[in-house]
Each structure stands twice: as structure tokens, then as C-alpha cells.
Design a protein around this ligand. Structure first.
Ligand code: LLP
Length: 428
């Protein structure tokens, strides 16, 4: 297991840890995790405000020589507190639904910093985007282009558009979060993009602003991004020759972080590769990082309820389950699990499981970990992205509370749900 508290690699790329041991006790910034459990109960998502700020600052620093706009990908964590923090830091937003649009407008996002991605925007969502006057709809099919033009004509609001190109680039990541090949539903092939641009410039209700792509998520290598950029630059060259000019290139998100011992994507190197290729072009760069801004800023604090054994296995039953954190079940993803109080050197190999009635309800399997006992607290690390947002009420389990820590300040940013919240709106 990698010791938390260690600064990241030389370029200090994305992850500087804000969860550290102070002697034997795990802290978030200056606050003891154990104190948070006492105050708010478990399971609870804990976020470090400084981590998010530092992550954003780090991305901005790396991009400083490029004309750019960072549009935080809201799906990674859509809590208003986090959106508002990033908005105040200068971020724009990448949204994928009417719900996310409502959230970013709620925190005062400027419309010309919002890009709208996704293969299935409905008429109401298109109307909401048009009324807000967003920077661009990232159009993912011919049908969607027609639908946007029709809505735009109907409500007399000109639509800004980019075509999302599927560059057919392989990104070495989990198949469920890889998006940039022809087997995936996203974007359109280059050839079709050219046709769609010609259609778009002929439609008075549309204004061509950019070109977009997104090749996948949790990508650790620089090369696939460079390859994707080269593909879209190539396309812009032929479009320019045909008189169709872009203002920006949207390279999407997907910047990989460290969960266990991965080497995070080297953002510094990525930035210099991009810079080299963009030199002499008129384009502004749009990036859509999600995980890289919030992933390492969150931990799920949970308490051990029982420890049970059979001839083959040890099971650590905790009070958080797959409904609270889906990633291990959904992607087989690994998250470090740290004892909140380090009081033994002794380890064992166990499955860390939740209380749900599903074999797939696990947070870790066959994990060597400190020997814990009922009543102990553990923290599931690096869950700031795609943690709470993927949670559900399966088994009628109220969703966890969420708490933000800033130095020694503690703020409950969402209370734990109660059973009555889950029944609200239902009829008997
Ligand atoms: N832009 C677009 C168009 C996307 O589809 C995504 C993520 C992003 C940006 C942000 O990607 P990021 O920088 O966070 O990698 N639930 C999965 C990840 C799904 C990603 C979906 N799209 C997980 O837990 O790993």
C-alpha cells in the first residue's frame, strides 16, 4: 500500500494528498477523521477543500502557456459546494443533462463557459441550453444536429455548436469508460463530421464554434491525447480549406489519477505536447477534467460492524456498501482502505463488504489490510469523483452525509438522508 501523505511525482502532477496520518490518526487537513465520525456518523463522504483548490491550480499552472478554458466535468461530483468553489476559482463546466445545467446556473456559472456533451439530449434540455446561451452543444449525431437546429428556430435562439468527433483512438483503460473508438456510441467519424459541419454552416440557426472529442477516462498515458489532438487538427485543416473555421478545440477529459500505485497522467508533459502542436494555430483549447480535480479530494468514512470468518475467507462487514460507492462493483476498481486509527502492525487478507444482499456488494476483495475489529473506523480513499454521484437508495438505504473540511473548519454540506426522505413523493 502506498503511504498517504507523500507528495506526488516531480511535476507534482495532480495529486498532493490531503489525508494524512498524524502519529496514528488519520486526518483530513487538520481534522481527525475519528472526530468527523463522532459528529456526523457513518458512512460519510469527507472532502478536502484544499485538495480541490490545489488540483485546479495545478491544472491551470500546467496550461498557463496555452489559451485555454478548463470546463470541470460536473458528472464527477455535482455537489453545489464543489461547483461553486470551482466556479470561483475560474472554472467553466462540462455538463451532460438539464439537471447539471440547473446546478451550474445555480452557482452562477457564466453561460459562455458551459459546454453540453452527451449522445441523448432531449428537447427540453436543448431548450434550456439555448435559453441559457451556452458556449457550445457538443453534437454527437446528425439527428441531434437537426433537433438542435429545429429547437433553435422554434425558440429563436441561435445555437453554438461543436461536432464531437470519434477519433477511433484506443485509450488503455477500463472498457466501460473508454469512449473514443468506433465500437463506442460517442461522437461521429471524421468523414461524417465534415458533412455535418457543411450542413451546420448552411443552417442560419446554428453557429459553428468548435470541434470536440473525448476518448475515455482514467487515462494515464499522454500519447492517446496527442493522437486525438492530431486527428482533430488534421480535420480542422481540411475544414479551414473549405472555409469552415473553428474558434476552439475541446479535447475532453480523462486525465488519470493515482488510486493505488498508478503514475498519474503527466499533465506538464501533456501541456507541452499540446502546446507544440497548437503553436501557430488560432485555436483556444477547452479541456473537461472531472476526476483529476476532485478524485483524490474525497474519502468515504465507514465503520466496521462485524468481522466474520469461514474456512476460506475473512469478511470485514462495514456500514457502507455498493449503493454508497459503486466503483469497485461496477469496474472492479481498487481504492485504498486505511484504518482511521493505526494501532496494529498485524495484517490479514479479507473481503471488505457492505450490508446489502448482493454478492457484488464489496468495497475490496482479497485485500491485505491491517487487522480491524468491530467498531473500528476505516476510510475508503480517492472517492471524490464518481463516488456520491453514483450512489443509490438500493435496499432502501439512505445516502451518506457529506462533509467538507477546510483547514480546521468543518462544514456539513449535505445531511444524511432519512428513511422518510426516501419515501417522500411515493403514494400508498
Ligand atoms: N468529458 C466527457 C464528454 C465525458 O464523458 C467525461 C467522463 C469527462 C469529460 C470527464 O472525464 P474524467 O476527467 O473525469 O475522466 N464512472 C466512471 C467514469 C465515467 C466517465 C464518464 N465520462 C468511473 O467511476 O471511473
Amino acid at each position: 500500500m502506498v503511504a498517504p501523505g507523500r507528495a506526488e511525482n516531480s511535476s507534482r502532477s495532480i495529486a498532493m494528498e490531503y489525508f494524512q496520518y498524524d502519529s496514528h490518526e488519520l486526518r483530513c487537513e487538520n481534522v481527525r477523521m475519528a472526530e468527523l465520525a463522532t459528529r456526523f456518523g457513518t458512512p460519510t463522504y469527507i472532502y478536502s477543500r484544499s485538495a480541490i483548490q490545489e488540483n485546479f491550480h495545478n491544472v491551470e499552472q500546467n496550461l498557463r502557456d496555452l489559451r485555454h478554458l478548463v470546463c470541470y466535468s460536473v458528472k464527477a461530483n455535482s455537489h453545489l459546494k464543489i461547483l461553486s468553489l470551482l466556479r470561483n476559482a475560474g472554472a467553466g463546466f462540462d455538463i451532460v443533462s438539464g439537471g447539471e445545467l440547473a446546478r451550474v446556473l445555480q452557482v452562477g456559472a457564466k453561460p459562455d463557459t458551459i459546454v453540453f456533451s452527451g449522445v441523448g439530449k432531449n428537447a427540453a434540455e436543448i431548450d434550456a441550453g439555448l435559453s441559457a446561451g451556452i458556449l457550445a452543444f457538443n453534437v454527437e449525431s446528425a439527428g441531434e444536429l437537426e433537433a438542435i437546429a429545429a429547437r433553435s428556430h422554434e425558440i429563436k435562439k441561435r445555437a453554438n455548436i461543436s461536432i464531437r468527433v470519434n477519433p477511433d483512438v484506443e485509450a488503455d483503460t477500463h472498457p466501460y469508460i473508454s469512449t473514443g473508438q468506433f465500437i463506442h456510441k460517442f461522437g461521429v467519424p471524421k468523414k461524417e463530421a465534415v458533412q455535418l459541419y457543411h450542413r451546420a454552416v448552411a443552417m442560419p440557426d446554428l453557429r459553428v464554434r468548435g470541434i470536440a472529442c473525448h476518448i475515455g477516462s482514467q487515462i494515464l498515458a499522454v500519447e492517446p491525447f496527442v493522437q486525438a489532438l492530431e486527428e482533430i487538427l488534421d480535420l480542422t485543416k481540411s475544414l479551414t480549406r473549405e472555409g469552415i473555421q473553428m474558434e476552439f478545440l475541446d479535447l475532453g477529459g480523462g486525465y488519470g489519477i493515482r488510486y493505488v500505485d498508478e503514475k498519474p497522467l503527466d499533465l506538464g508533459r501533456l501541456a507541452s505536447e499540446l502546446k507544440r502542436r497548437l503553436a501557430g494555430t488560432p485555436y483556444r483549447l477547452v479541456l473537461e477534467p472531472g476526476r483529476a480535480l476532485v478524485g483524490n479530494a474525497g474519502a468515504l468514512l465507514t465503520r466496521v460492524l462485524y468481522v466474520k470468518h469461514n474456512r476460506r475467507k475473512h469478511f470485514v462487514v462495514v456500514d457502507a456498501g455498493m449503493n454508497d460507492l459503486m466503483r469497485p462493483t461496477l469496474y472492479g476498481s481498487l481504492h485504498q482502505i486505511l484504518p482511521v486509527e493505526r494501532r496494529t502492525e498485524e495484517t490479514f487478507v479479507a473481503d471488505v463488504v457492505g450490508p446489502l444482499c448482493e454478492t457484488g456488494d464489496f468495497l475490496a476483495r482479497d485485500r491485505r489490510m491491517p487487522r480491524v475489529e468491530p467498531g473500528d473506523l476505516v476510510a475508503v480513499m480517492t472517492v471524490g469523483a464518481y463516488g456520491y454521484v453514483l450512489s443509490s437508495n438500493y435496499n432502501s438505504r439512505p445516502r451518506p452525509a457529506e462533509v467538507m473540511v477546510d483547514g480546521d473548519k468543518i462544514e456539513l454540506i449535505r445531511p444524511r438522508e432519512r428513511p422518510e426522505d426516501l419515501m417522500a413523493g411515493e403514494v400508498m
